[in-house]
Design a protein around this ligand. Sequence first.
Ligand code: ADP
Ligand code: MG
Length: 394
Amino acid sequence: MDKLTIRDIDVAGKTVLVRVDFNVPRDKDTGEITDDNRVVAALPTINYLLDHNPKAVVLFSHLGKIKKEEDKAKNDMAVVAPKLAELLGRDVKFVNATRGAELEEAVKNAENGQVILVQNTRYEAGETKNDPELGAYWASLGDVFVEDAFGSVHRAHASTVGIAAHLPAVAGFLVEKEIAYIGKAVSDPERPLVAILGGSKVSSKIGVIENLLNIADKIIIGGGMCYTFAKAQGHTVGSSLVEEDKVDLAKSFIEKGGDKLILPIDSVVSSKFGEDGDIKVVGEDVPEGYMGLDIGPKTVELFAKELEGAKTVIWNGPMGVFEMPKFAEGTKAVCSMLANLKGANTIIGGGDSAAAVKQLGFADKVSHISTGGGASLEYMEGKVLPGIAAINDK
Ligand code: ADP
Ligand code: MG
């Protein structure tokens, strides 16, 4: 990796500012954290820093969206402090402010690696605008900056790039891992590189398809988006999800992709969007009154054959409506194919894809599940992510 990481710097006696991703899901009624995965994922970086005798570790994160003043109470970072203290097994000082005397005093008086959690960065209107004054102010509180919020590196905000402009900036372990897997897969993959793309819409994946058409050896298409491709090929699609305004684009992808592009040859269809419809397997044409909700068994066989010998696999987008067990078989089959590929780097990006792999019980059978939904998609599009660009090169 060509970026500096926390292993490359000396933090002894220093105040380390860390951008973490503590944007945790919470119960609508009680406000309690419903899944502490993101806090757990930040622990290796925080613990590593604490093991190297810093003066203080100051943690910054956003939580939820703040559009109006009333949103602040709903997205109070205070909820994370006790959870973090419990997981770290040490005291966490929560500062209910994003600037001012209370924050400055807390940082100045910290000693022996005091962990300080700052209030939600989005309480500051300048955060999402990358207000230079805000980035400079936060940077003035510390000596070095650690970027570890992979889920936010696609956003040029004050806490993700503004601070980094004023301090030595290095990657934490989470960001390092994402660069090692996704960055390598799209810039210097071991071949053959096979991309599997699915999910609901072509429109949300145009950039990913375009980039992967250039770099992958094969592209396998499934999920709801395959019916826009089926329509482009002249097949009937019934009431399947089709984006009419993307049919021409699908046509151009088919032309450009040639033999590289592998499309489904059968589907599991239903007379309604639910498991209580009339469900059957059909070939390439979906009959009137039915919608395609999963890839069919012949397609599963085809995809398995196409995946043979792959050394790198990038997967984004479920093969069917995996949330309903009757339409989860295609996604499950692809999970098993990846689990059984020998010596291959298997990388999952996208929020729903990550959820599918976990829900179907394959989380520990793939090489890497990205922690950033939108960030992983943009990374797969080959875009420069501002939060990664902000990290100092080796
Ligand atoms: P990701 O979040 O991994 O990028 P997407 O958001 O693009 O993935 O797509 C995930 C959604 O696509 C899932 O909710 C799934 O139910 C839906 N989906 C998959 N196949 C179909 C289909 N044939 N018809 C309708 N929706 C589908
Ligand atoms: Mg999604």
